[in-house]
Structures are given as C-alpha cells and as structure tokens.
Design a protein around this ligand. Sequence first.
Ligand code: GUN
Ligand code: FE
Length: 405
Amino acid sequence: MSSNESAAGIAHVYRGTFVHATYHTAVEILEDGLLGVDTEGKIAFIGSGKEVDRLSQKWGFEAFAVTQLGQHEFFMPGMVDTHIHASQYSYAGTALDMPLLQWLNMYTFPVEACYKDLEFARNVYTHVVKRTLRNGTTTACYFATIHTDASLLLGQIANDFGQRALVGKVINSYPLVRPVVTPRFAPSCSATLLGHLGEIAQNNDLHIQSHISETKEEVSLVKELFPDYDSYTDVYHRHNLLTDKTVMAHGCHLTDGELKLFRETGASIAHCPNSNISLCSGMLDVRRVLNHKVKLGLGTDVAGGYSPSMLDAVRRTLDTSKALTIQDTQYHTLTFEEVFRLATLGGSQALSLDENTGNFEVGKDFDALRVNTDAAGGPIDLINHGEGPKVYVAGKRVVPFVERP
Ligand code: GUN
Ligand code: FE
C-alpha cells in the first residue's frame, strides 16, 4: 500500500470504482474516482481520477503514490450487522426446529450460561469477530450475556481485530467499541428493571437494544405480563427505552400505531430475515416500515439466523420481500439497490453512527471493503469479458457474470 504520511496529512489515496449509498440515491457508482484518506483514517477528499494532478498539488501527495484498483475491483462501505448474538455463534446452523420461546429455553439459555467460563467465551468470541469481519461486517451490534467479564472480553476482541462494535451488556468503552444497554426482551424483565435501565441509558446517553414483536406468541405473552400498557412498544416507551439511539430487533408484528411511536422517538428496527424464517417467526413488511419513515438496518441474528454473513442477510431480505410479492402481486418489492443501502448506510443510521460511517463522504471514517470480483479461487466467474454477446442496461455496457457456489 502506498502512503505519504508527511505531506498535508494525507495517508492514502485510492483510484478506481467506488460504490455506495447516499441519503438520496440507493446505489451511486463513482467510476474512476479518487479518494484521499487522512492520517486519522478520515476521508479528506473525493474527486475524479482525471483530476489527479490538480488534487495531488492541492493535497500534497505524489501522483505515483496513488493506489490504483484493478479493472474488476471496487470499494464499498463496510456492512453493518445491526443485530447479532455473539454468544450464540457456537451453535449457528443447528437447533432450528422450534419456535422462539421453546428455542430459547431448550437451546439458548443453557448455552449462554457457559459464558461464566472466560476461556469458553474467548474461544467463541474470537471466532465470531474474525468470521464476521471476513464476511465484510465492519460494524456489529452484539448481544453478549449477563457475564460482565466475558462481555468486556468481547469488546476487547472486537477492538483488537479492528471491528467497530456496540456490546451489551458491557460497562466501559474501547476506541472502537461502545456499550449498549441491553434488556433481553420485555418478557424477561420486570417493569422496575426496565425503568432502571431506561434511567441508566438516559443519564449516560447510551445506545439501547432489545427485541420486539418477533412472534405472535411473544406479543400475547407481553399482553399478559404487562396488562396496563397500550402495546408491546408502549412497554419500552414508558420506561424511556425508545430513543434515537435505540435499535429493536424484528418488529414483525408491530401495528401502525407502534410504528408511529418508533418514528416519533427515532428508534430503529433491525430486520433479521434469516432468523424470522428459520424460527418461523413472521415476515417483516420492510416497505411498510420504510413508508412510516422508521429507520431500518439488517441483522443476521445469529443463531436464530443460521448465517453470520451480511450478504446472506441481503439475500434473505430480498427473498422475504419477494415472498410478500407472491402473496400480493401489487406489493412494492424491494430492489437490490435499496437492500444494498439497508446493509450499509441504513444500518449506520439505525445505530445512529452515520455521522462517521455508512458511506463515502468527506469527514467520515474510510470504513470500506475492497472487493475483487475476479479474485483467484473466488466465487464469481466473469464470463465473456471483452468479447462475446454484449449486454446493455439503460444504455450502459454491463459484463454479465454468474456466481458458482
Ligand atoms: N428474544 C429474546 N431473546 C432472543 C434471542 O436470543 N434470539 C431471538 N431471535 N429472539 C430473542
Ligand atoms: Fe436476537
């Protein structure tokens, strides 16, 4: 990697294709872009490759120090997993034969009890951080367990491997890691506990995460346990747990009134389609959530979801949207461009981290994936490149490819 750390604070300059979402456009592609990163890792400038001479004078880097991306490479923002249980990674891909409440009692609670053992925790947490990073998750909002030492360890491991993370429960911060107040879900909390957690979050301006309206059975249980509240959402709201730093997983069965409360408070939803199908919980109508102008990101929800990959979450989001379209042919299906935005900028917004991450804007951190579609031994075969049938979309030549599993 070329660098020029002495001049004008520019540490790296990259030239090539940049793909990202903006607040106005689901996917924006900058061909032959030129992006400079300062010594603090922040984007100093974004321009065109054709301006390299002017920009090198202005910013004081040598044109030969520019890192040129290959023809089949591009940069995209790191993906944001807005909901993943680090403590459930050890059994991901198994135990998906029960509905949520039985699944929790039969599999999840016994495994999570093991995290009193720090060596067990270190082993699983190291694997989950490395695996999610390998899959392109540069930011993760983690559920851990009630064991403070193990949760601190997860924060340290994420920080050491360079992953941005929110970790709950945890009581102090690392440079890349912040604490998140984490009531598991209303059925496992008393009103008194919820009240105290709301207070802690408010007094310390902390993030909050929990689960909401994942299954119909759970919604009924909350009605029984909290009979004096208007709705499941009202249970959290009346304890100051719905803020613009709150992310609630699932929300499959929320009413319009509840979504309105999300909008008013700025709370967001983590959509976890793999989990919702795997545990037969429900199918979230993402279009409806977006129409309510509620912030929404994607989550893997390992191990209710069997895959730690955000690319899987993207695919399952499209699958669920298409399943809703099968049920109602008038349904406004999500496009892959919209889902790309949800996996990147949408996730950053959902976690209220979009001041610093989520897309390529001057002043934000350069938090990016360098993707090579032509990597040796990779999963993609580029077909007929440069010759053979030409395919045009909206007047632009595209190179067709097929992906091999
Ligand atoms: N609701 C409460 N706890 C959990 C959990 O661990 N996983 C999922 N999917 N839902 C929950
Ligand atoms: Fe979950």
